[in-house]
Design a protein around this ligand. Structure first.
Ligand code: MG
Length: 203
């Protein structure tokens, strides 16, 4: 399986990092070794001094598809969860400055911790649902899918022009404003439609 991540999909987050608003989806990949299953602690890697959380709605792809038309995109997923797109912001800045790829800042081992479970899309309004991240009990990110620049279906239609989507692939759909650093001892908790779905201890 692969992990596809969308960047700059919320205007307020693009603004906080001084990035221009995209006119088409920005995306990158993480390998399967980036996955950190729920319940596992996360250890801050030695190569970064500025590791940021980015809480994101995550779609699970349920069947194989290529060149998926927008109107059929909803047939390719039925479950969503939350995940963290961990980003070594210091390395990412170095890469961006040199116009190099971001992978070492974004796709390292365990850089994609996942929520404890998935929720059925049929039980929610995916175009207008809320998710929050708390750090040490304080609200730090408060996202609404209605603020996405590119909808879930638009992302699937776009990305599937380039990559065949396979069963079990995950799509991280971008982060709202409020990203920030984590330190040893921090506790991250994610909520989707009011339900706690992510719990991560930083070691
Ligand atoms: Mg992200």
């Amino acid at each position: 399986m692969k992990i596809i991540c969308i960047g700059r999909n919320y205007a307020d987050h693009a603004k906080e990092l001084n990035n221009p608003l995209p006119t088409e989806p920005v995306f990158f990949l993480k390998p399967d070794t980036a996955l950190l299953p729920a319940g596992s602690p996360f250890y801050i890697p030695d190569f970064t001094k500025d590791l940021h959380y980015e809480c994101e709605l995550v779609l699970k792809i349920k069947k194989v598809g290529k060149n998926i038309p927008l109107k059929f995109a909803k047939d390719y997923y039925e479950e969503v969860s939350l995940g963290i797109d961990f980003t070594a912001r210091d390395l990412q800045e170095q890469c961006k400055t040199k116009s190099l790829p971001w992978e070492k800042a974004k796709a390292f081992d365990n850089s994609a911790p996942m929520g404890t479970h998935f929720k059925k899309v049929a039980d929610m309004d995916l175009s207008n649902c809320g998710f929050q991240l708390h750090k040490n009990g304080q609200l730090v990110q408060d996202g609404k899918t209605s603020d996405m620049i590119f909808s879930v279906d638009a992302i699937i239609a776009y990305v599937s022009q380039y990559f065949t989507l396979k069963t079990g692939d995950l799509i991280f759909t971008g982060t709202p404003a409020g990203v920030g650093p984590v330190a040893i001892g921090d506790h991250l908790e994610g909520f989707l439609e009011g339900e706690k779905i992510l719990d991560l201890k930083i070691k």
